[in-house]
Design a protein around this ligand. Structure first.
Ligand SMILES: [Mn+2]
Length: 342
């Protein structure tokens, strides 16, 4: 079993922690399963080495959005604090997990440099100021990195922790099919035998709200097909990640290789793009479509964007993006409704 985290890395991390009185484990805003699980795992590692009188808090900013994420947070036996309620100046040790200082998706004040960064996203330049950095872009999940630390520390994982870390790896790597390294595969397999499958099934099948079904119905009725391109525009979604979920569903439609979902959420137009077209990059395409009207980015097959709507006409913006998407994907300009007879 090739654990890639070294004893010296573990010792350095624990030395930094040992010198603190108030430690904070912070993950990114609107945390996903990998963020929740890796924060839980790192907090467990620190707790196992905690001195008397030493405090450890775990926190995130934003909100839990998907029902699965809410269910996982409820299952994890750690009290997650909301970053809005924290006095960051009270902490003399901050560990960022599943994100980095300059990533822009967490709540750590910009003038605070964390003591530790554990992450699997591409390494950002500003991360060099941090005392202890372990960034492994080849890994599919931060949960894998944290699992290795727990292994090196010789900590026996509680069933809840094994289940959470397993789900973190499962969801970030789409069951080892997306950006999964050998390390992720190994952690996944090692954790598998300790997973509480019944609890995990309940988390993954967490109840959906009536608003979820309403958004789904509206998206399906509003879906227009332009040959291999499907476009859906939805009004007033109750949670911003609904756009991504709808896009994931629409890209499974036979004959479709591009999807754009646009959803208004408060004063923002949320965009989600999916593609099966291996010749084009969804991230590049959405940046071209959004231009300087908002922010956008992503990967080969999936991308997202946001356009502020304050003072704009949402319908005009949606129409502009629709035309731009048709142009960029070279789809037929004439569309037809997916469901015309309802
Ligand atoms: Mn992650």
């Amino acid at each position: 079993m090739a654990v890639r985290t070294t004893k010296s890395q573990l010792d350095t991390l624990l030395q930094l922690f040992a010198g603190s009185t108030h430690a904070l484990v912070l993950t990114h805003n609107d945390p996903d399963p990998d963020a929740l699980a890796s924060a839980y795992g790192l907090a467990t590692l620190l707790r196992a080495h905690r001195r008397k009188g030493q405090h450890i808090n775990v926190a995130y900013g934003g909100t839990l959005m998907r029902p699965e994420n809410k269910a996982l947070a409820r299952y994890i036996p750690v009290r997650f604090r909301r970053s809005g309620s924290l006095d960051f100046t009270a902490y003399d040790f901050v560990a960022l997990v599943d994100t980095q200082p300059a990533q822009g998706n967490h709540s750590l004040p910009v003038d605070m440099i964390p003591s530790v960064v554990l992450d699997h996203h591409p390494r950002l330049l500003q991360t060099s100021n941090v005392l202890f950095v372990d960034v492994r872009p080849s890994y599919g999940a931060a949960s894998t990195i944290v699992w290795e630390y727990l292994q090196v520390a010789g900590i026996t994982l509680a069933r809840t922790l094994a289940t959470a870390l397993f789900y973190g790896i499962r969801s970030d790597t789409l069951d080892l099919t997306r950006e999964a390294s050998d390390a992720d595969k190994e952690a996944y397999q090692e954790l598998l035998m300790y997973v509480d499958q019944v609890a995990l099934a309940r988390i993954q099948q967490a109840p959906l709200s009536k608003s979820d079904y309403r958004a789904l119905a509206q998206a399906l009725i509003r879906t227009e097909l332009y040959g291999y391109l499907a476009i859906a525009a939805v009004d007033d979604v109750h949670r911003p990640d609904m756009a991504a979920e709808l896009a994931d569903l629409l890209i499974r439609m036979e004959g479709i290789k591009w999807v754009l979902v646009m959803a208004t959420y408060g004063d923002t137009l949320i965009l989600s793009v999916r593609t099966l077209d291996t010749d084009q990059n969804a991230g590049h395409l959405i940046r071209k479509a959004v231009g300087d009207r908002g922010s956008a980015g992503g990967h080969d097959t999936m991308a997202a964007g946001r356009i502020p709507l304050a003072g704009h006409d949402a319908a005009a913006e949606i129409q502009r993006l629709r035309e731009r998407m048709i142009e960029l994907t070279k789809a037929p300009a004439q569309g037809q409704k997916l469901i015309a007879d309802l």
